[in-house]
Each structure stands twice: as structure tokens, then as C-alpha cells.
Ligand binder design. Structure first.
Ligand SMILES: C[S@@+](CC[C@H](N)C(=O)[O-])C[C@H]1O[C@@H](n2cnc3c(N)ncnc32)[C@H](O)[C@@H]1O
Length: 250
């Protein structure tokens, strides 16, 4: 006989299978996402006092993944104001305080860490969980420093959220995805660029065919270590990372 927890999970899985078949729901989600981008909804939020440029539903998915994977290192490209860095730092601090990991840490990389953002991050109570490298995420010196930093880490999770062009994300995937531990994830942000109304993208080089999602598709042709995990995006419905939750399976 199945226990209550197994039944609860089965219910979720059955429900979200229905979501995929629910044409009305999927149409509403698409409209909602376009409108959310139009009104700059992802820019409304803070995590522990730092602005975070994410859809809140994705943060719930990140939390579920981080709790399950229990990474002792989270690498993020794209710091901006430091909100997502703070989110990851708070998650590794919780894992640590629950005795799930030891010495949890977050490594953030950004080509341009603005002075006021750097100061705010460095003076935050969670600063000792965070290391920042300034430089392009795909430059030789940053790659060398990142590889050194990863030595002796038990489980690594990666979040790519910097320059969203196809070329850059593909280059990032080639550098950072191999660092991801088996069973862990490489989460690629803003794959939704491929699917939103293109007139919503203003003053940016990225768009349909030149996006994080097109980079993911190309990377997966050359690398069979990852699968697209549809579970999270399907259940949260509102996501910036459709086809961007990449699970390392070998
Ligand atoms: C969308 S923001 C990051 C948002 C942040 N992850 C959050 O959730 O709050 C993108 C950041 O990527 C940085 N960036 C752009 N090109 C980059 C590159 N080549 N290497 C590293 N960072 C880059 C920008 O400076 C910017 O701060």
C-alpha cells in the first residue's frame, strides 16, 4: 500500500500532466507571461534586501531543487544587484544550519559589478557565504579561477543569468555545465526570450533564434550528459526558464 507522502506526490504528477493538456491554461500562461514582461514584473522584488530579477515562481522551483540536490557550491553568472546571489547564499546557509552540508558557498561572476552593488553585497550579513569574480564569465582568466575554486567541492549547481545571446550562453554552457555534479542542475535563465512577443524586447541583441533557449538546444546536441527536466516549469506554470532546467544525468 502506498503511504501518504507517495500519494501526495502522485497527485502532483497527475495534476501537472493535466496542465500540459489544458489548452486554456497554457494560453492564459502565455498571455500572462507576455504581460508580465511588458510591465517589467520580474524587476519588482527583493531577496533579503537585495533586488532580485526573477519570477517568484522560479524561486520556488530553485528552492525545491536546492533542497533536493544539497549543493555545497552554487555558481552564478550575472550578479546585477546581488538578489539571486543572496537567494543562493541563504539557501546554502539553511542547508548548513540543518546539517545537510558543510561549508556551503556561492560564487558569483559578473563582467561589471557596480560599486554600490558590490558594497551592499559585501556588507550584507550573508557576505561570508559569497565570493565574487569580476570579468566575463567566458574569459580565460575567469575560467581558470572558477576551475580552481571548484576543487574539493562535493556538489555543484550552476545558474546562468548573464548575457543572453546564443553565442554567449552556448559558450557559458560549454564552460560551466561540465562543472555540474551528476544529479544536480544547470539552470539557464531567460530562455523565455525565444517564446515571448518579440516587440517586447527593446535595445537588446537577443531574440528568437539568438537566445538562451536556442543555445540550450545546440548544447544538448553536442552533450548527452544533460536532459531538459520539464517537471518544475510544468508545475510552476509561470517561468523564465522553459527548457532551461537542465539536469545532469551522467
Ligand atoms: C539579468 S542580470 C542578472 C540578474 C541576477 N542574476 C538576479 O537574478 O538578480 C545580468 C547581469 O549579467 C552581467 N553580464 C553581462 N555580460 C556578462 C558577461 N559576459 N559575463 C558575466 N556577466 C555578464 C550584467 O553585467 C548583469 O549584471
Amino acid at each position: 500500500m502506498k503511504n501518504a507522502a507517495a500519494i501526495f506526490i502522485e497527485d502532483i504528477n497527475n495534476r501537472i500532466k493535466e496542465y500540459q493538456r489544458d489548452h486554456q491554461l497554457q494560453t492564459t500562461v502565455k498571455t500572462m507571461l507576455n504581460d508580465m514582461i511588458r510591465v517589467k514584473y520580474p524587476y519588482n522584488f527583493f531577496w533579503l534586501g537585495r533586488p532580485i530579477i526573477q519570477l517568484p515562481t522560479d524561486l520556488i522551483a530553485f528552492q525545491e531543487i536546492i533542497w533536493d540536490v544539497k549543493p555545497d557550491l552554487i555558481i552564478e553568472t550575472g550578479i546585477a544587484h546581488g538578489g539571486s546571489l543572496m537567494f543562493s547564499a541563504s539557501m546554502v546557509a539553511i542547508l548548513e544550519s540543518c546539517g545537510e552540508i558543510e561549508n556551503g558557498h556561492v560564487l558569483g561572476i559578473d563582467i561589471d559589478i557596480r560599486k554600490h552593488n558590490k558594497e551592499a553585497i559585501q556588507s550584507h550579513p550573508l557576505h561570508n557565504k559569497i565570493t565574487m569574480f569580476e570579468g566575463s564569465s567566458v574569459s580565460a582568466d575567469v575560467i581558470e579561477k572558477v576551475n580552481k575554486f571548484c576543487k574539493n567541492k562535493k556538489k555543484i549547481l550552476v545558474f546562468l543569468d548573464s548575457n543572453h545571446t546564443h553565442e554567449h550562453v552556448l559558450a557559458e554552457l560549454r564552460v560551466f555545465a561540465p562543472l555540474v555534479s551528476i544529479g544536480s542542475y544547470c539552470i539557464v535563465a531567460d530562455t523565455l526570450i525565444e517564446d515571448i512577443e518579440q516587440n517586447l524586447i527593446i535595445d537588446k541583441p537577443w531574440r528568437k533564434g539568438n537566445s538562451p533557449k536556442s543555445a540550450v538546444k545546440e548544447y544538448l546536441k553536442e552533450n548527452s550528459d544533460f536532459i531538459i527536466d520539464k517537471y518544475y516549469e510544468t508545475k510552476i506554470l509561470i517561468t523564465g526558464s522553459s527548457d532551461g532546467y537542465l539536469k545532469r544525468v551522467k
